[in-house]
Design a protein around this ligand. Structure first.
Ligand code: NAD
Length: 393
């Protein structure tokens, strides 16, 4: 029963606090309840579901939309001395609070890329829901074993063709440095598209469709990001951008498959936020901490839960149905991409040094969000107390 403290190496936090994680889940639930109900159907399957955007979508659907939910995430369980990953505690907390609210909630801890998991989920959906009304596909993973051959694919965050040099920050100590990232190999590019593109989303839709488990009017959503020109070489025009293009094209193909059910498939482009996945993308923490400062000043700042509530309430199940731009994308990054916000970020970017970053960027807000993702820095939690790592209370 140890005391749990944050242990951070290379911008990766290796510990998490059970009660702190549960408190953050509760905070998100309380936010959603305050916003009022979402008129949406009630059977939701989330591929992902334990952290970041996927967890917030699940919370918004359950506590805003009154939905029953099944999720499939891949998290490490605790041992007696070592905490589990935050998603493990978030799942425990979500299931507890959802069941207390009279909602069905099943959180599977399995590799969503495997055919075996898909078969198990298909059976679970059949028994629990009968059919699915909303399929959320929100995985972020560095690796994907091919479900047929077992070959391991790895995703990379690299530019294409040319090396990319830009400012980056170590968000824990505020050190600013120039980083150069070498261009991707063909293998990097292939691995990233295989891992983060739309192939696995298609396999999920096909499996549910073939089993007759997608309801009339079903909707399925996956998440993407575009962002500012300054991150284009490493993001939108890099390996991950190619994977996102594949994901976006997949939405078109899936939409045609679902047409006979009057179903819809689409990609929502979300705002840049502090998640475990985005913290390890070079350059992105610096951009996010500049962006947060400006959006907070303007009063337009949102976190994952605000974004996902707005998506379901206004952009997916609002009066106008699925609201898309001329590329077919749902745009939740509208406030981030506001030209005034972007110009201010660009102007500040050129002035940033190790000496002034503390006053010009919201590094403190970044750090706070990052620690909270792991259940640390949460008000009301006594971090000096020993904790039972297997429980959230
Ligand atoms: P995250 O790391 O917080 O969550 C990833 C989820 O995937 C977790 O629930 C994890 O358990 C699950 N997962 C990973 N591998 C798995 C596997 N093999 N089997 C089952 N589950 C697995 O990530 P996030 O930042 O919320 O990203 C989710 C999506 O949103 C991604 O497509 C990402 O590109 C997109 N997005 C993120 C941002 C951002 O700033 N974070 C912005 C826009 C879009």
């Amino acid at each position: 029963m140890p005391v749990v403290e944050p242990r951070i190496r290379n911008n990766v936090c290796l510990t998490s606090h059970p009660g702190g994680c549960a408190a953050i889940v509760k905070e998100q639930i309380d936010y959603v309840k305050k916003q009022g109900p979402i008129a949406m159907p009630k059977r939701v399957l989330v591929i992902g579901g334990s952290t970041g955007y996927s967890l917030s979508t699940r919370i918004a659907a359950a506590f805003g939309g009154g939905a029953d939910t099944i999720s499939v995430s891949f998290e490490k369980e605790p041992t007696e001395r070592k905490p589990g990953t935050p998603g493990h505690y978030n799942n425990l907390a979500f299931d507890t609070y959802a069941r207390e609210a009279g909602l069905k909630a099943v959180s599977l801890n399995k590799d969503a890329f495997s055919h075996e998991t898909r078969r198990e989920v298909v059976e679970l959906v059949r028994e629990t829901f009968g059919q699915v009304d909303l399929l959320v596909y929100s995985l972020a993973s560095g690796v994907r074993p091919d479900p047929d051959t077992g070959e391991m694919y790895r995703s990379a965050l690299k530019p294409l063709e040319e090396p990319y040099t830009a400012l980056s920050v170590d968000f824990m100590n505020g050190e600013v440095s120039e980083v150069t990232i070498d261009p991707a190999t063909d293998e990097d590019l292939r691995g990233t598209v295989k891992t983060m593109g739309g192939e696995d989303w298609t396999l999920w839709v096909d499996a549910l469709l073939e089993a007759g488990l997608l309801a009339e009017g079903v909707r399925t959503v996956a998440y993407s990001y575009i962002g500012p020109a300054v991150t284009f070489p490493v993001y939108r025009e890099g390996t991950i951008g190619k994977a996102k293009e594949h994901l976006e094209a997949t939405a078109g193909t899936l939409g045609r498959k679902l047409a006979s059910l009057k179903g819809e498939a689409f990609v929502s482009v979300n705002k840049a936020l502090v998640t475990r996945a985005s913290a390890v993308i070079p350059v992105v923490p610096l951009y996010i901490s500049l962006l947060f400062r400006i959006m907070k000043e303007k009063g337009t700042h949102e976190g994952c839960i605000e974004q996902m509530y707005r998506m379901l309430a206004d952009r997916v199940y609002g009066a106008d149905g699925v609201v898309r731009d001329d590329q077919g994308l749902v745009r939740l990054d509208d406030w981030e991409m506001d030209p005034v916000v972007q110009q201010t970020v660009a102007d500040l970017w050129d002035t940033i040094t190790g000496d002034n970053i503390g006053s010009r960027a919201d590094l403190e807000g970044y750090r706070e969000d990052y620690l909270k993702l792991h259940g640390f820095g949460v008000e009301g939690i006594d971090y000096s107390r020993d904790v039972d790592l297997t429980r959230i209370d």
